[in-house]
Structure formats: structure tokens, C-alpha cells
Design a binder for this molecule. Structure first.
Ligand code: NAD
Length: 493
């Protein structure tokens, strides 16, 4: 039965939401953790407090399922039918899933409904449709042998997720890994486990064997580390902070040298050249900087603008930003909800204080709405006069603070690349020669020209430098990263 967003909001107010572990034939302990909404910091439900024993149990059924072949052994057409049914169920229940992410993460309901859920649904359909169209290769051997290059599922995949796009990040990892035939164990972020629980329930309803997909909720230091260190998990796909990404490399090195895919943080530049179409650029610049309260890995948090157009651009940005309403994310007219939790709010606030102290000046926003709900509501804020030495220029804030710096001649690219991250970038120019040159010079996994975009499901998404490596989300590349390449060499006597 379809559940409306109002019904989810009501269950949240009554503290009745729940995300438990889903592991075939395994109960585990009944320990649980409170889950609160950042909207007003009230308890909206509980999640399982998973542990290393739960991870052991999930790995054991995942391995058994992989060996039995009841998922990977299906024909691609059969697996596709199950994945398509799952996509249809997610589509049917999209309003419920959107509302769960809204109350869990404080994301504006309008964005959950109009951006996150369409992208999530598209991801499930796309990998369902892709899975029976993946071909291997035949090597150019001549007559003496037949060399087949085939792609096989890897085995047991651990997927460790962040809290900023709960349903969408689940889709980015789980859809291609499962479509490729692996057994998947997914660990959502402890702050946002509700939509993942519902999506795994829907997977079972669609016919995904329980052993092929397990959910373990709980803390990173308990469940995440146990996944990272487990000796019978073959690959971990991680999205989260660079700091925790580093830990996963360590866990792997100290256990079974499992493959690690890292999708980590960013400090993405937006470069505006003097020949840019400013009116067309403004909505893109603001969206890159403030979409999802800037709790976005590809957030364009550094605006690098030619000094000749700085004031004109700032005036336009400040005027357009006045339309961005801060408030309760359940309200459909709101574009900026609260920060996801108190500790994160404090961190963002400390960046405001430090940036002012270091000499940057606020030209828009800057106000903290302590009178609203939890009090963790920060206006989208533009800082001018930010220099490369400042913390705001170098460090990922993950909150609504845009750092503006200027350039005079050729130093725009050096400024853009002056970061240890390399996830995304955008730049604005109407000069085709400059566009072709700069797109190659910027050191980032996704470079968008005259607009902000992360690409779409057809294009691989992932970073350079300390934004991650080891694989990509989206595109056929994501499907391939959950397979391993084998050569079958047949000798002709
Ligand atoms: P995080 O690193 O704190 O947590 C991510 C996941 O790791 C969570 O499931 C968490 O429980 C787990 N974890 C935490 N500590 C752990 C530990 N010691 N051992 C094992 N697992 C542990 O990240 P977050 O705060 O949830 O998300 C924000 C970060 O994610 C930002 O840095 C953002 O840039 C990044 N991110 C990157 C992408 C991308 O595609 N590159 C997308 C979204 C978010």
C-alpha cells in the first residue's frame, strides 16, 4: 500500500519510524539507537545498533548465496526481471521514501521528491536494463587459441553510505553491485537509515533473494569497521569523508587486501571568466554552492571570479539568493533546511567565526536561525575576499558557505587546482577556445561548462586526488567495477 508523505511525517512526530537489520535467518541482539530529526531534534524512531556479529552473520549468508548461485546463477534476463520489479516498487513508493529522507536528513521535501527520487528510480531502471547487454571480448589470438575476456561478479560486496543523499547513494552503490550478480551487504549512515530499510524490504518483495542483499544499521566504528576488516568481503565501496576513506584503506591492508572504492570529499571550484553570460550563470552558481544545504560532495564552494566582473556578479548573486527560503524542510516552499546534526552545525558555525577572524567579509546571509526548530538553520552565506591560505578556501565545510576569490590574469586555473581534492568543477565562459583549454586544465573528475552538473546516470562520477579512486559511481563503469575480469584461454591442438 502506498504511504503518503503526510503519513510519514505523522509517524515521525509519533516517534514510530524504524530501521532494523535485515539478514536472512538471523535475529541478532535487540540493541537499538534513537534516531532524531534535525528539523527540531525530536526522536522520530529507532535503528538497530548493529555490531561485528551481525556483519559475520550477513557475510556468511552472502557467501553461501553467492556459492549457491541463486542470484548470480540466474540468467541475466531473469535477474533483470527482478531488478525491474524492484525499480517499479521504488517508483510506486517514492513519496514515502522522499518523506523518510526529508525527516531523517532535514532535506527539503521538494528536492527529495523532484531531484533525489527521480535520480534514484532512474538508477534502478538503468542498471536493470544494462545487465543483459554487457558483453565480454574475444582476444585476437589467431588460430592456435581462443582467448575469451569475461567479466564475472566479484562475490561479497560491502557498501558503506553517507547521510547526505540517503536513497540516491543507496541506489548508486547497490543497484549496479546487485545487478552484476554479487551478494551485497549495505550499511547506511547511522543518521539516515530509514529509506535504506524500506528499499531493502521492497527488494525482497520484488524477489531479490534475502541472502543476496542484507542491511546492517548502526555506528561506523562498529559496523563500518567490521565490514572494512572482514576477511570474507571481497570489495568495499565507500562514500563518505576522506578521513574515513583513509581508514578503509588501512582496514583492507590489515585484513584480506579487499578492493576499496573511495568516493570522498571535495572543495570544488566555480571559475567565472570575464566573458561569461552572468545572468545565465547565476542560478547555476547558487545551485552548485547551496543545493542540499551544501551538504553535497560536489558542492561548488569556491567561486573564483575575474576581478573586472566581481562586483556585478556579487550583486546578482545576492539578489537571487534572497529567493532561497530557510525553514522547515517539510514545507514545500523551503529550499534550505537545517544542518544534519548538532555536531555538524557547530562545525559549520566555527567556519563562519574563523573566516571572519581571518579577514573574509560576509556579503550575504550569515545569520543563524536559532529560533527555528532544532536551531541548526544557517542562512546561505557568501564570503568575499577569501584568499588561498584561509581555511574556508582549503577545507570541505559541507555547509552553506561560499568562498569568493578573485583573479586578474592567468592565475584562475592555478587557484582552481589549489586544493588536495579533485571531485568536480565548473567554469563559465563564452569563448570556445578558452572552454576547450580550461576543461582540460582543471584537475577534477567532472568538469561542467556554463552550468553546474554531476553528469547523469550514463556518465561515471568520481574524483581525482584525495576525492577518491578505485572506481566510479554511475555509468557502465560502476557496473564494471563490481565485476572482475577473467581470461579463458583455450588451446587448439
Ligand atoms: P563519514 O565518512 O562520516 O561516514 C560515511 C560512512 O562511514 C557512514 O556510514 C559512517 O557510519 C561510516 N563510518 C564512520 N566512521 C567510520 C569508521 N571509523 N570506520 C568505518 N566506517 C565508518 O561521512 P558522512 O559525514 O556520512 O558524509 C559526508 C562526507 O561524504 C563528505 O565528506 C562528502 O564529501 C562525502 N560524500 C562524497 C560523495 C562522492 O560521491 N564523492 C558523495 C556523498 C558524500
Amino acid at each position: 500500500m502506498k504511504v503518503t508523505k503526510e503519513a510519514v511525517f505523522e509517524r515521525a512526530r509519533s516517534g514510530l519510524l524504524w530501521a532494523g537489520n535485515l539478514i536472512e535467518n538471523y535475529q541478532g541482539s535487540n540493541e537499538k539507537l534513537e534516531t532524531r530529526t534535525p528539523i527540531d531534534d525530536s526522536i522520530i524512531g529507532f535503528i538497530a545498533d548493529g555490531d561485528a556479529q551481525d556483519v559475520d552473520a550477513a557475510v556468511s549468508v552472502a557467501r553461501k548465496t553467492f556459492s549457491d548461485g541463486c542470484w548470480q546463477g540466474l540468467s541475466p534476463q531473469e535477474r533483470k526481471q527482478v531488478m525491474l520489479r524492484w525499480a517499479q516498487l521504488i517508483e510506486l513508493h517514492q513519496e514515502e521514501l522522499a518523506a523518510l529522507d526529508c525527516v531523517d536528513a532535514g532535506k527539503p521535501i521538494t528536492e527529495c521528491l523532484n531531484t533525489d527520487m527521480p535520480a534514484t528510480i532512474e538508477t534502478f531502471y538503468w542498471y536493470a536494463e544494462a545487465l543483459d547487454k554487457m558483453f565480454g571480448k574475444v582476444a585476437p589470438t589467431g588460430h592456435q587459441a581462443l582467448g575469451l575476456i569475461v567479466h564475472e561478479p566479484i562475490g561479497v560486496v560491502g557498501a558503506v553510505l553517507p547521510w547526505n543523499f540517503p536513497a540516491q547513494m543507496f541506489a548508486w552503490k547497490v543497484a549496479p553491485a546487485l545487478a552484476a550478480g554479487n551478494s551485497v551487504i549495505v550499511k547506511p549512515a547511522e543518521l539516515t537509515s530509514l529509506s535504506a530499510y524500506r528499499m531493502v524490504e521492497l527488494a525482497y518483495e520484488a524477489g531479490v533473494p534475502k541472502g543476496a542483499l542484507s542491511l546492517i544499521c548502526g555506528l561506523g566504528e562498529k559496523v563500518g569497521e567490521a565490514i572494512g576488516r572482514h576477511r570474507d568481503i571481497d570489495i568495499v565501496s565507500f562514500t563518505g569523508s576522506t578521513e574515513v576513506g583513509r581508514l578503509f584503506l588501512k582496514y583492507s591492508a590489515e585484513s584480506n587486501l579487499k578492493e576499496i572504492v573511495l568516493e570522498c570529499g571535495g572543495k570544488s571550484p566555480q571559475v567565472v571568466f570575464e566573458d561569461a553570460d552572468l545572468d545565465a550563470a547565476v542560478p547555476h552558481i547558487l545551485s552548485a554552492a547551496f543545493w542540499n544545504m551544501s551538504e553535497n560532495c560536489s558542492c561548488g564552494s569556491r567561486l573564483i571570479v575575474h576581478e573586472s566582473i566581481r562586483q556585478k556578479l556579487l550583486d546578482k548573486l545576492v539578489a537571487a539568493l534572497a529567493e532561497w527560503k530557510v525553514g522547515d524542510p517539510m514545507d514545500e516552499t523551503v529550499s534550505i533546511g537545517p544542518m544534519v546534526e548538532k555536531a555538524h552545525f557547530e562545525k559549520v558555525k566555527s567556519f563562519i567565526d574563523l573566516s571572519v577572524k581571518q579577514g573574509a567579509n560576509i556579503v550575504a546571509g550569515g545569520k543563524i536561525h536559532s529560533e527555528m526548530g532544532s536551531g541548526w538553520y544557517i542562512e546561505p552565506t557568501i564570503f568575499d575576499n577569501v584568499t588561498p591560505e584561509m581555511s574556508l578556501f582549503q577545507n570541505e565545510v559541507f555547509g552553506p558557505l561560499l568562498a569568493v576569490s578573485t583573479f586578474a590574469t592567468e592565475e584562475a586555473i592555478a587557484l582552481a587546482n589549489n586544493t588536495h581534492y579533485g571531485l568536480a568543477a565548473s567554469f563559465y565562459s563564452q569563448n570556445i577556445h578558452r572552454v576547450m583549454k580550461v576543461a582540460r586544465q582543471i584537475n577534477a573528475g567532472t568538469v561542467s561548462v556554463n552550468g553546474f552538473s554531476e553528469g547523469n546516470i550514463t556518465t561515471p562520477f568520481g574524483g581525482f586526488k584525495q576525492s577518491g579512486f578505485g572506481g566510479k559511481d554511475n555509468g557502465l563503469e560502476a557496473f564494471e567495477q563490481y565485476t572482475q575480469t577473467k581470461v579463458i584461454w583455450m588451446i587448439n591442438h
